[in-house]
Design a protein around this ligand. Structure first.
Ligand code: ADP
Ligand code: MG
Length: 562
């Protein structure tokens, strides 16, 4: 059976409005059969059936080819140059892909799979794209042999399910000490290794300081402020518990330090409502203006009295604080800070447990938060304020003289804390160095024997796609990929699935002992994301390229009828 006809394929999009019926005017009821011969699409280039698949696979392979050499710790860097000539050197697959301007829709599909991997697991992005491309190439081989894509789609689905249950079987829970090794493995190649080492330990500490409810996936990063300091060496970057800000108190006459107390947070301003833009008063005599000021001052005094009566000694205001209020606050024993960024205010809310209010009058005793320490410190000769409380919240103080190096440290930290935090709730780890993929491939080959004929071929094709990972790792380390794959398979046969290829020594080692560990959630998401993307491409049998205005009318409607 050759994959060329179109009516039976799982997904097709045909814009009927654009059809020109060449063989006479067929009425709505007539038994119209769509085929290449009697339907043409105006203003559309159409690529069909196997040609569409060949084109799509070609696009996927060339994309994978672009990042193939970055896989693994010995992967090479790519230099990305944008239109105005500024360059970025990176070894990170997803960065390369997201920066490149790629237009082919299939290639975009792969980039989306890689970005989704990045969002969900913070790692495994290169692996995902390489897997999709290998899965598609192997599928194309099968199609050429006469296997229908829907059989392959089926087989790939079965292979994924079996792989996931097998990896669950061999995964082990990481302990505290291994967390560091896992994070280190996931950061391989993402930057300078000494910096990665330093940043991983900070990220693991940060993740340990957060509880699970301190942010679901992706939110953990909000619990850590990044403060850049334009001085020193990036290796002096440090993590402090609490909020560190480039800011000093409104009134230098108020005390610079405190051993704790109660904080009120205003998500607005203090005492600046008077004489706003639209307000106007008719001034007949100087007395009226004086009276107005007096009333404004009175209102400020009342607000400060209120704060003081409920026991606040620290006031944080998102917008401004009226100058008139400054001495009144200090006299009442309240130290104040103004002009906070929203993120800092949110973090302070978490750290102190305070409930922010729009206005002072709306704050009650129960809305106050508590802090255990406040101090003003000078970092790189600039005044900073530090506030610590009982709630989880930290600041990464990133040092370094160039912004490029500080940004790199932040990028590494983001990936590292993402992985470390997820390991808290999903501690399973798997052997790295291509071990897990090599093992799954062997497992799938014997599993495929239990399946019916054609699916069996698809499952074997899936298995070889998985084997590309150890092969490419070997290639990138300058080793003979076939030789490495064979010896890896033999060693696993003898000593089990935890034996993998260590790039650094070139030997097959127990990955648990060597500390080359991939998080289970990364491996699993890469597998399912890659399979989904490959299946998505296999389901396409018709590609319609708009030649003119892409806003084709009524696509949705016509599709629904389809
Ligand atoms: P990805 O974007 O897919 O995470 P990486 O470039 O980070 O790609 O490479 C990840 C792969 O490198 C994983 O399969 C991991 O097991 C492997 N790896 C990491 N460290 C080593 C090592 N020392 N020896 C062999 N493989 C390693
Ligand atoms: Mg990685």
């Amino acid at each position: 059976m050759v994959y060329e006809t179109n009516g039976r394929h799982p997904r097709k999009c045909v814009a009927k409005r654009h059809e020109r019926i060449e063989n006479g005017d067929l009425g709505a009821d007539s038994n119209m059969v769509e085929s290449d011969h009697d339907v043409a699409l105006q203003d559309t280039d159409r690529i069909h059936g196997r040609t569409a698949l060949v084109n799509n696979v070609r696009a996927a392979s060339s994309l994978a080819g672009a990042i193939r050499s970055t896989l693994g710790p010995k992967g090479l860097d790519k230099m990305l140059v944008d239109e105005d000539g500024s360059a970025l050197v990176t070894n990170d697959g997803v960065t390369v892909l997201e920066t490149a301007s790629v237009e082919h829709p299939t290639a975009r599909l792969l980039i989306d799979a890689s970005s989704s991997q990045d969002r969900a697991a913070r790692d495994g992005t290169t692996t995902t794209v390489l897997l999709v491309s290998e899965m598609l190439q192997n599928a194309l081989e099968l199609v050429r042999m006469g296997v229908h894509p829907s059989v392959i789609v089926n087989g790939y689905g079965i292979a994924l399910e079996e792989s996931v249950s097998e990896l669950e079987r061999i995964s082990r829970d990481s302990d505290k000490g291994q967390k560091m090794q896992v994070v280190r493995t996931t950061l391989q190649g993402k930057g300078d290794s000494a910096l990665c080492e330093k940043i991983s330990s900070l990220a693991v500490r940060a993740a340990d300081g957060l509880s699970e409810e301190d942010g679901g996936d992706g939110l953990e990063r909000l619990r850590v402020k990044r403060l850049q300091v334009r001085q020193g060496n990036v290796m002096e970057t440090d993590l402090v518990s609490g909020l560190m800000l480039l800011k000093s108190r409104v009134d230098p006459a108020s005390p610079p330090n405190s051993d704790g107390g109660n904080v009120a947070i205003i998500d607005g301003s203090l005492g600046q409502a008077k004489l706003e833009v639209n307000a106007s008063i008719e001034v007949e005599s100087t007395g009226v203006l004086g009276e107005f000021h007096e009333r404004a001052r009175d209102s400020i005094r009342k607000q400060v009295e209120h704060l003081s009566s409920i026991g606040a000694d620290l006031l944080v205001v998102r917008d401004g604080i009226d100058d008139e209020a400054v001495p009144i606050l200090t006299d009442s024993g309240i130290t104040a800070y103004r002009r906070f960024e929203r993120k800092d205010l949110d973090l302070l809310t978490k750290i102190t447990g305070a409930k922010p209010a729009r206005e002072v009058s709306r704050i009650g005793k129960e809305d106050l938060g508590s802090y255990s320490k406040r101090s003003e410190e000078s970092i790189a000769d600039v005044k900073h304020t530090f506030i610590e409380g009982r709630g989880a919240g930290m600041t990464l103080v990133v040092k370094g003289s160039s912004s490029a190096i500080r940004e790199e440290a932040i990028r590494i930290f983001d990936d590292a804390i993402g992985v470390a935090h997820r390991l808290g709730s999903r501690p399973g780890v798997l052997p790295g160095g291509g071990a897990i993929q090599a093992h799954l491939a062997r497992h799938l080959r014997s599993f495929s024997q239990t399946q019916s004929g054609r699916e069996q071929l698809a499952i074997e094709a899936y298995a070889s796609a998985l084997e590309s990972i150890p092969r490419i790792l070997a290639e990138n380390a300058g080793r003979d990929p076939v030789e490495v794959a064979l010896s890896l398979s033999a060693s696993q046969e003898e000593s089990g699935p935890w034996i993998g290829f260590d790039i650094k020594t070139g030997e097959n080692l127990d990955m648990g002992e060597a500390g080359i560990l991939d998080p289970e959630f990364v491996v699993r998401h890469a597998l399912s994301g890659a399979t989904e993307a490959a299946i998505g491409v296999l389901r396409i049998d018709d590609v319609l390229w708009a030649k003119t205005d892409p806003s084709t009318p009524d696509w949705q409607e016509e599709d629904a009828e389809d």
